[in-house]
Design a binder for this molecule. Structure first.
Ligand code: PA5
Length: 426
């Protein structure tokens, strides 16, 4: 399903020479003996997930199918990025299923929030608020505004039927609020942290509401679990990728640019940045994850990659089959001189751009490239790549002696902000 090609990465060490480390860490992950082991619930989630809740999510998608033309998803970080990455990857950016998905709760921007409220005022809305802690300020503030919007629009009872809460099973402000208001609620498991939670109710509820076949997503997740349940570097490309990152950092590359050629994967790049950045960037260590979409960004960042300071390597996610394709038409007048491409598939043009860029960056620019291939952008592939990247992240962090599952650094801004906002007790 997903293959790593490291032949263009100029690795100065053999990936296989890390086999002993990988074997040790593979054991640590599966026996849950490493740092942060309370948050390894995702490891067996493809088989251990709550089947009863999953069926409720599928039924929710069915029930809401004709009730809403606008799904509003309120959350931030791990309670936001995965769902958006999934929906955009699987449905594309302009799906014709009559459903719009709007994301809020991920910013304090007054303009953004005001425009969303205005944009959705005449739509039929279903609202999913997602917060594990229930106390995240961006999400809680947006939800306060949206709850009032929903109650004004549908009345208290009507709003209750259209608001869905995804939160902790027992604790937190959102849990208490959801219980009091009688919202349909779904659980974020205790032992799965935000950025590893997209295939819990956190991402599955928005996906089901958007009309995605979540069963296929979980099938892909399970397939990766089965394929990657081995410490053998010859058979586990997620681990090969984790090792290759470490080798490249040892060679002085401190930035990784996650590259795709599909705009519907922009948010997958954002998800990747959170997964790697929040997991690995601590104790003064880690690779800075960045992302780019080509060929768009070849007309901006391309210059730096080609000729700028040699700080980065690229991780290129190649999609074999596009979701849709179209043929370049012939134009008898040929005023734009594009007839040399007439009759060609647009995806073929995209792939030639990729081929040419790879050669430019690797051969001329000397930029190492790790290439990961994925068959398509289906739900199955989304599920598969989630497990692939979760496992790679855990491995690459443990290789650096880092706890992949906490994020102590993000509290610093919150502490300062709470003081400035006059939060009681801050
Ligand atoms: O990865 C994480 O844990 C974070 O990004 C959280 O998901 C994010 O801060 C949102 O937290 P919560 O779900 O508690 O609102």
């Amino acid at each position: 399903m997903m293959k790593l090609d490291s032949t263009q990465a100029f690795l100065k060490e053999e990936i296989e020479s890390y086999q002993a480390d990988v074997t040790r860490i593979h054991k640590m992950i599966h026996e849950k003996t490493g740092a942060g082991n309370d948050f390894l619930g995702w490891v067996d989630w493809p088989v251990n997930y709550d089947k009863e809740e999953f069926e409720r999510i599928v039924a929710l998608g069915e029930r809401m199918k004709d009730k809403a033309d606008c799904i509003v998803v309120c959350g931030i970080g791990g309670s936001y990025l995965g769902a958006r990455a999934a929906i955009e990857m699987i449905q594309g950016l302009y799906p014709d299923n009559g459903k719009e998905v709007v994301f809020v709760g991920n910013t304090f921007s007054s303009t953004y929030v005001s425009q969303v409220l205005n944009h959705i005022k005449d739509k039929e809305v279903v609202l999913n608020v997602i917060s594990k802690s229930g106390t995240t300020t961006e999400t809680a503030l947006a939800f306060r505004l949206l709850k009032q919007f929903m109650e004004r629009k549908y009345g208290k009872e009507g709003a209750k039927d259209r608001i869905i809460a995804t939160t902790d099973k027992a604790r937190g402000t959102l849990k208490a609020l959801a219980d009091k208001e009688g919202y349909d609620s779904y659980v974020i498991p205790d032992d799965i942290g935000g950025r590893y939670s997209v295939l819990t109710a956190v991402g599955l509820v928005p996906m089901a509401l958007a009309g995605i076949d979540v069963r296929r997503v979980m099938e892909g997740f399970l397939a990766a679990y089965n394929d990657l349940n081995t410490d053998d570097l010859a058979k586990n490309d997620a681990y090969r990728y984790a090792v290759a990152r470490r080798i490249l950092q040892n060679q002085g590359y401190n930035v990784e640019m996650f590259v795709t050629y599909e705009p519907q994967l922009n948010c997958l790049g954002e998800w990747f940045k959170q997964l790697m950045g929040e997991s690995e960037g601590k104790d003064g260590k880690g690779i800075l994850p960045d992302s780019a979409t080509f060929s768009t960004d070849l007309h901006s960042l391309g210059q730096f990659i080609q000729e700028g300071k040699k700080v980065l390597f690229e991780t290129l996610l190649q999609i074999e089959k596009p979701t849709l394709d179209t043929i370049v038409p012939n134009d008898p007048e040929n005023l734009d001189s594009m007839n040399y491409l007439a009759g060609k598939n647009l995806d073929w043009v995209n792939k030639m751009a990729m081929k040419g860029t790879l050669a430019a960056h690797v051969e001329t620019g000397g930029v190492p490239n790790l290439q990961i291939s994925m068959p398509d952008m289906s739900g199955y592939s989304f599920g598969y790549q989630c497990y692939w990247f979760f496992l790679a992240t855990a491995m690459t962090c443990y290789m650096l002696d880092i706890n992949p599952f906490n994020q102590p650094g993000v509290e610093v801004y919150k502490k300062n902000m709470f003081k400035l906002l006059g939060k009681p007790g801050a």
